[in-house]
Design a protein around this ligand. Structure first.
Ligand SMILES: [Zn+2]
Length: 529
């Protein structure tokens, strides 16, 4: 983002540069959000590095030194040359490897070796805002170890010398995951390992980010495999990069035991029902969300139903599930998407390498596993608009979306974590805990009643609103002949909104279709013991 033009005196053979980096405060998304507290820091080298213009990132060497507060410990995939306690000298690496190898450090830190004695080794480094947050239940430790075994069985080769999960647990840093070749920067709330609901909420994070070591880092869409940090990236194949990773991440969460199958199915039902009801799909094809990723990652939540968000994640899940089910049906259960993963992402184990690919390469590899018109399949699902979400994977996998009037466990956890009440499946609106209306589905009962995103909910049937009153009032629309009435505030004006809605509370779940084989359960079966 920043270039410095210097007049170098004749005869000078080096330039000394010093720079300041201001840590962002608590607000902000991804790595522009907070990355440090008084107890810990997550260091992304790209934020503190300068390099000569025009250099290919893998052709320039860096030897970094890091000074840490007294007593702090650290974790990283970077090779350590000298650990002097208060300062660490890292071995020389290329700029590409440096930027790909963040460091986490803090006062409360521990490292767990997940596969003792095995090569390559796998480490879980945890840094937290308290000592209590470092507690790792034996069963979770087993699940993380199982995850490494399952990725080995799925891909058949590993493209790293060692793998380091860099897990930050804090309520004061931005929560997200960022993939790297030999590590992942995984940030969750302080109670991730000690609160069962939060653990379930974030169970897909580590499997997702680890999958990226193969799908994203080793195999990378040609448009994203740039030689330096100047070239603009082309994100059109993000539905493979993120979409397939999202699918595999959820499958691996279930296969490794981090989720029960029930959690996977509930999560899938929510994603599928949301995408199926999202009216933005009528004008915006999925491919357009990939090329607009750099805008959509940071776009407002209000209006998402009509604008669409980074749907290549969740809709990618549905598309790759459908591909998996298709391969299983075509081959009468003999082959699956697992075979594609081994073929496309496996190869020879060893140090990190990048093998770019195009859509034609993906289609060719799929055809080697199961002969099918994959080109038309992706054309239809990715590049064209469709009024309905791709639900073929669920339906041909022996399940269907049904609606219940009780909040499913995974939705309850989501609502608690995001501090909102999701009535999008009934009224068509989502409310934050302070009453702010996050979004309204165009065409829904809420839309027809005159409610729009960014208004504020004040009262339900003339009583000051709470989530409980709202749910109860929606529930009684089935039997109550008087219309439901919500009072909303539109900036300085109060607006009473009457609803023509009589279907009660509605939340999506998946239901078995008895006469079809249950392929979803077959997909979730672990590959290792
Ligand atoms: Zn990802």
């Amino acid at each position: 983002m920043f270039a410095f033009d210097l007049d170098i005196p004749a005869g000078a053979d080096s330039v000394d540069v010093s720079l300041d980096f201001l840590l962002p405060p608590s607000s902000g998304e991804f790595s522009s959000g907070a990355s440090a507290t008084a107890q810990l820091v997550d260091l992304s080298w790209n934020e503190v590095v300068l390099y000569p213009k025009g250099t290919v990132a893998r052709e320039i060497q860096y030897a970094a030194t890091l000074h840490l507060p007294k007593g702090w410990k650290f974790g990283t995939a970077l090779p350590v040359a000298h650990d002097k306690g208060d300062s660490v000298e890292f071995g020389p690496v290329t700029l590409e490897t440096l930027v790909d190898s963040p460091v986490i450090a803090g006062a409360h830190f521990r490292t767990v070796e997940l596969t003792p004695g095995a090569r390559p080794p796998h480490f879980l480094h945890i840094v937290a805002d308290s000592e209590a947050a470092l507690e790792l239940k034996p069963e979770d430790s087993k699940h993380f170890s199982h995850l490494t075994a399952e990725t080995g069985a799925l891909f058949g080769a590993r493209h790293y010398r060692g793998y380091h999960f860099l897990l930050t647990l804090s309520d004061h840093v931005a929560h997200f995951g960022l993939e790297h070749h030999e590590s992942s920067d995984d940030r969750m709330g302080e109670k991730f390992l000690t609160d069962e609901d939060l653990r379930k909420f974030g169970a897909g994070l580590l499997p997702h980010e680890m999958t990226h070591s193969w799908n994203g880092k080793y195999r990378r869409p040609a448009g994203l495999a740039t030689p330096d940090f100047h070239q603009p990236m082309k994100g059109e194949l993000l539905w493979v990069y993120e979409g397939l990773t999202d699918y595999l991440g959820h499958v691996l969460a279930a296969r490794s035991g981090l989720w029960r199958n029930e959690n996977f199915l509930q999560h899938l039902a929510l994603d599928a029902a949301r995408l199926d009801r999202e009216p933005g799909r009528s004008w915006r094809p999925l491919a357009d969300t990939t090329t607009a990723a750099q805008l959509l990652y940071l776009s407002r939540r209000e209006g998402k139903a009509w604008r669409r968000g980074v749907d290549f994640y969740e809709e990618g899940d549905l598309i790759w599930l459908e591909a998996d089910v298709l391969i299983r049906q075509q081959s009468k259960g003999k082959r699956s998407l697992d075979d594609f993963c081994k073929k496309f992402y496996g190869g020879q184990s060893g140090a990190p390498a990048v093998l770019p690919y195009t859509l034609d390469d993906v289609i060719a590899a799929l055809n080697e596993v199961a002969s099918y018109d994959w080109k038309t399949f992706f054309q239809k699902h990715v590049y064209e608009t469709a009024p309905r979400a791709p639900l073929g994977g669920i339906e041909n996998g022996g399940w269907r979306i049904a609606y219940t009037n009780t909040v499913p466990e995974m939705l309850k956890i989501e609502e608690t974590e995001h501090k909102l009440t999701d009535m999008s499946f009934s009224l068509g609106l989502i409310v934050k805990e302070d009453g702010d209306i996050l979004d309204v589905l165009p065409g829904s009962a809420a839309d027809k009643a005159g409610i729009a995103p960014a208004m504020k909910l004040i009262a339900v049937n003339n009583r000051k609103w709470t989530a409980e009153f709202l749910r109860r009032a929606v529930g009684s629309t089935k039997t109550n002949s008087a219309p439901l009435e919500l009072l909303v505030e539109n900036e300085d004006y109060f607006v009473p909104c009457k609803f023509d809605y009589h279907e009660g509370e509605k939340y999506p779940i998946l239901e078995r279709v008895a006469d079809k084989p249950d392929l979803l359960s077959a997909i979730l079966k672990p590959l290792t013991k």
